[in-house]
Design a protein around this ligand. Structure first.
Ligand code: ADP
Length: 622
């Protein structure tokens, strides 16, 4: 049994070299999706989105003046900060000279008043502008951005997506926090708002931070979209939105105009492109930093350890459990792992990569299945061979018994013949000699009976028995059987009483039924004390001919009753007494009765007596 475990070990080592990255993230994403049902609605920061309904209502996109009005209305409700995620560029002459890092200019008509007002709003220090940009250390970002007086209000917030790294499926899973040692947008915001415990902008303390090339990032723990409070841009033009939701919050304002693919992200929860806006992604990053609940993936060795355990269990299940249970075990363990991983996420914000354990379980199971089949085949073959051997031994035994019985019968018959002659012709035998000869006669008769029972048994075992049915009155068979046993009964001073009811003849094999009745009557006499009575009753009840043999003998203990009719069984009391027997009488009686479609049963009480009942179907007549 070492071989399958060795094979499992080889598979495990082989699996260490297969990355399975895509599958790992697919499973992890699915578990996060499962988890997304648990988040409360509206628990996150507010998001105000400009969508096409604005254009439908007002006939054009909002002008800078509109943005100013919205911002002023929002600021009235004392938010902690406002992050505008739309690249608002208002200086046409400035932009014309410089490369355009952030798409088309969205406000075509320069409006000097609105520009001044907007700059004043920025000066309040509460409004920040987020740009999907990244600059190398030392390159002044202000050169590529509008010349805001306070560059401090600009948050560089590059988005990430797994296009070349990790799952390579274009899904956004990470948040960029530092680059070449510079703190990026949201860390800066955290510091500006005084929410950071770090006094120096060195390495910040954010849960789950890991290094990737020249940056530090976190795996985002995505909340469902319903977690954020979503508002429409135009509702804030007239201040009709619910202001109480904004107080003390960081409010995100952006657009959902369906303009460019770049304005959207694919997330583990929403893989459809064009659904989750960049603004919502920024809100997710901010949430993760502030709540310190970024996702942490456990180190690789944990995955390999779990894989090892799962594969070990699978080998065991595959080899030792019944096939269906083994299969259930494989799927059950898979489901359990997913469930445990979800619990780990919910309670600890952590995940373990599951692709290896899941693939390992399935691969092990299906690799070992042929081996399992081979074992099973071998087992079946062995059982078959054993059965065949048993059958041959049984046949040999039956043949031997029948041969021996046959061979013994002839000398016994000869002894019987000689005895008869001796008893008939010798007149001057003394009483003692005559008694001795009588004893020899009874003993040989006993011996013959035993031989006959064994022969009948051997015959049944080897060829079965064919019934020779004739229409016969059962009472007549009983009368003959009683007559044959009168001598035996008289020896023990036992009175046989026969209460017979007139019966219609039924179809029976008289010889076999005669043997059934003989066995029962003989037992009744054998196991009864001297001077007792045996009552035989025959009658017809509910379509059955019913024959009862009732004695006042030693009775049968209850625990022995289930075994009485099995071959070679002898009761404890019978075995310890001097009463002779083969243990075949009741077995044959049952066998013959059942051949007739009947049944045999017993009711008995120790030291009171036993009643054996034979029921033969009347329908034999038809
Ligand atoms: P045996 O040759 O031992 O009589 P049977 O098959 O006829 O074998 O009976 C099986 C056992 O059932 C007997 O050994 C005995 O213990 C019990 N038995 C059968 N008939 C009676 C009876 N009438 N009274 C008490 N015990 C009985």
């Amino acid at each position: 049994m070492v071989l399958p475990y060795f094979l499992g070990g080889v598979l495990w080592v082989g699996l260490l070299f297969v990355p399975l990255v895509y599958l790992n993230f697919f499973v992890s994403d699915s578990i996060q999706k499962l988890d997304s049902w648990v988040w409360p609605k509206g628990g996150g920061p507010p998001i105000i989105l400009l969508d096409l309904s604005f254009v439908e209502k007002f006939g054009s996109e909002p002008h800078l003046g509109d943005w100013n009005r919205v911002l002023k209305n929002v600021l009235k409700h004392e938010p902690l900060a406002v992050v505008v995620t739309k690249p608002l560029v208002f200086w046409e002459h400035e932009v014309a000279e410089k490369p355009k890092p952030h798409g088309p200019i969205t406000v075509p008509i320069p409006d000097k008043n609105a520009e001044t007002e907007f700059l004043n709003i920025l000066k309040s220090g509460c409004v920040f502008l987020a740009y999907d940009l990244l600059f190398s250390k030392g390159s002044p970002p202000s050169r590529l951005l509008p010349p805001f007086d306070q560059v401090d209000v600009v948050l560089l917030t590059p988005k990430t997506s797994d296009n070349v790294l990790f799952a390579e499926d274009g899904v956004t899973r990470r948040g960029f926090l530092t680059y070449q040692g510079q703190e990026l947008g949201f860390l800066k915001l955290r510091q500006r708002l005084g929410l950071s415990s770090n006094s120096t902008p060195s390495i910040p303390s954010v849960r789950g931070l890991f290094e990737l090339y020249d940056s530090e990032q976190i795996w985002l723990r995505f909340k469902p979209r319903s977690y954020f409070k979503l508002f429409r841009f135009q509702d804030w033009l007239e201040e009709t939105g619910d202001g109480s939701e904004l107080k003390g919050q960081v409010v995100f304002i952006g657009e959902d105009m369906g303009r460019k693919v770049k304005d959207y992200v694919k997330t583990p929860l929403e893989r459809e492109p064009g659904v989750v806006t960049l603004t919502e992604y920024y809100a997710q990053v901010w949430e993760n930093i502030i709540n310190q609940d970024a996702l942490i993936y456990l180190p690789k060795w944990t995955t390999h350890l779990v894989t090892f355990l799962v594969m070990l269990l699978t080998v065991y299940a595959c080899i030792h459990l019944p096939p269906l249970l083994g299969l259930l075990n494989v799927f059950g363990v898979g489901a359990l792992l997913v469930f445990l991983n979800w619990l780990l996420l919910r309670l600890g914000g952590r995940q373990i990569f599951l692709a290896h354990p899941l693939v390992g379980g399935v691969v092990t199971y299906y690799s070992l299945l042929p081996y399992r089949l081979y074992l099973e085949r071998r087992q079946i073959w062995e059982v078959r061979r054993e059965k065949e051997l048993m059958r041959q031994v049984d046949e040999l035994k039956s043949n031997f018994i029948s041969m021996m019985s046959h061979d013994l019968r002839t000398p016994i018959a000869r002894i019987q013949g000689m005895l008869e002659m001796f008893l008939r012709e010798s007149k001057e035998l003394s009483l003692k000699q005559r008694e001795a000869l009588d004893f020899i006669k009874i003993s040989t008769e006993d011996l013959l009976r035993v031989l006959n029972a064994i022969l009948t048994y051997a015959h049944i075992e080897s060829q079965g028995i064919k019934l020779k049915k004739v229409s016969k009155d059962v009472n007549q068979i009983l009368t003959e059987v009683i007559q044959k046993h009168q001598f035996l009964a008289k020896l023990k001073h036992i009175k046989i009483q026969f209460n017979q009811e007139a019966l219609f003849p039924i179809l029976v094999d008289p010889e076999l039924m005669g043997q059934v009745f003989s066995n029962l009557l003989e037992n009744a006499i054998k196991y009864s004390p001297e001077g007792s009575q045996v009552v035989i009753t025959s009658g017809e009840r509910e379509g059955y001919v019913v024959i009862e043999f009732q004695d006042e003998g030693m009775g049968i203990p209850e625990q022995e009753v289930p075994y009485l009719f099995t071959k070679f069984y002898r009761g404890k009391m019978a075995k310890s007494s001097s009463i002779k027997g083969t243990g075949l009488g009741l077995y044959l009686a049952k066998y013959f009765t059942e051949l007739h479609g009947g049944s045999i049963s017993v009711k008995s009480q120790v030291d009171v007596g036993s009643t054996f009942t034979v029921r033969l179907p009347d329908s034999n007549n038809s």
